[in-house]
Ligand binder design. Structure first.
Ligand code: SF4
Ligand code: SF4
Length: 356
């Protein structure tokens, strides 16, 4: 079955406002049919690590929140804490980071909520019947929303080749425990040279999995909840990034399916194809874009949306093959889409409808 993907190119000779284009793209999806009046709707995006400048222009969120408010819903802007240690590891730093990058009430007139609690511990397990996973661990305030609009920056990614709607829906909506499950097949480990034996990780661990002798050591009781990573003031607890790109992508597709299931399919998607940089917005810096700005796309189908975005980047770069393989030769970036399609999340077969 073909899914519809709506496209509004940035190039035009009329100086039309990109904000009006985004509004039109979202209205094309008939949000009033998905979201009831007075329902609380998450707008899920990525605020960009402090120092990065390639992330989505925060002003692009305004037409999304305006459309949602015009149809009588009550939107909030959200993201989840990161697995690794940086400016978005806990909600306090994360909200400061969001504010500095322009995602705040004064620019958008909607509240910003970090969806997985103070240190990423607010996790809800959702059962799925995946190929690799039987359940996924999601941020509670994503699962508790009445619906969601996922606004994703489409760009390259060192693990999955590209990051778009599926990446934002999966890694972006997972709790810290879920993120660790997608990235790693082993428990976290302590860099003993950085450990000061302060004992904060010991107090935070609910599974009796840490001993201090004299430095912190993690034992086999560890369940991989990843809580200790966020509490260590020295950044001494590290993640083993030892899952393969293929398996991470397969798990991403299963997590994305879990979010879709949790929200009963009440999710609409927008991809932003500007500042298409080689790597993700989690770095505190960025490279130059790999191609020029393309525009905006919307769909009710995240698989079709990412497929169309991928093809548009390929066309813009005048390539016949995977544009992201030029950068990450070891990654087959379409694994995420093929597996998501297999799970019934959407279709790689799409009709691209260009809006005037
Ligand atoms: S919280 Fe960090 S520094 Fe403190 S004991 Fe644990 S690993 Fe060591
Ligand atoms: S990951 Fe969770 S269970 Fe494992 S040591 Fe850290 S806090 Fe304990």
């Amino acid at each position: 079955m073909q899914s519809k993907v709506y496209f509004s190119p940035l190039a035009n000779k009329k100086f039309n406002s990109p904000l009006l284009k985004i509004k039109k793209l979202l209205n094309k999806l008939e949000p009033e049919k998905y979201f009831q009046k007075k329902s609380i709707i998450a707008i899920k995006t990525h605020f960009g690590e402090l120092g990065n400048t390639a992330f989505i222009n925060p002003v692009y969120i305004r037409p999304v929140s305006e459309v949602l408010q015009q149809i009588g819903t009550n939107p909030y802007l959200t993201d989840t804490n990161t697995l690794y240690v940086g400016m978005r590891t806990n909600s306090v730093d994360h909200l400061k980071n969001a504010f500095f990058n322009g995602f705040n009430f004064s620019t958008l007139q909607i509240p910003v909520i970090i969806a997985d609690g103070l240190r990423g511990e607010n996790s809800v397990s959702v059962e799925i019947d995946g190929m690799l996973l039987k359940s996924v661990k999601l941020a509670s305030d994503i699962v508790n929303a009445d619906g969601m609009v996922v606004v994703s920056h489409f760009k390259g990614h060192e693990v999955s080749g590209f990051g778009g709607a599926i990446k934002n829906l999966s890694m972006g909506c997972a709790s810290r425990e879920g993120k660790l499950e997608m990235h790693s097949v082993s428990i976290p480990s302590v860099h003993s040279d950085r450990c000061t034996s302060c004992g904060r990780c010991l107090s935070a661990c609910a599974h009796n999995a840490i001993t201090i002798k004299p430095k912190a050591v993690i034992n086999n009781n560890c369940t991989g909840c990843a809580r200790c990573i966020a509490v260590c003031p020295e950044g001494a607890i590290g993640i083993n990034w030892d899952e393969s790109s293929e398996n991470t992508q397969l798990k991403m597709a299963e997590y994305a399916y879990g979010v879709h299931k949790a929200l009963k399919g009440k999710i609409l998607y927008l991809n932003i194809l500007t500042n298409i940089t080689p790597a993700c917005d989690c770095y505190p810096g960025n490279d130059e874009p790999i191609t020029g700005d393309i525009g905006f796309l919307s769909s009710t189908d995240p698989v079709a949306l990412d497929m169309a975005s991928f093809e548009l980047v390929k066309q813009a770069m005048k390539l016949k093959s995977d544009p992201f393989k030029e950068i990450y030769s070891y990654v087959d970036s379409l694994i995420q889409l093929k597996h998501a399609e297999k799970l019934g999340l959407g279709s790689t077969n799409y009709e691209l409808i260009t809006l005037k």
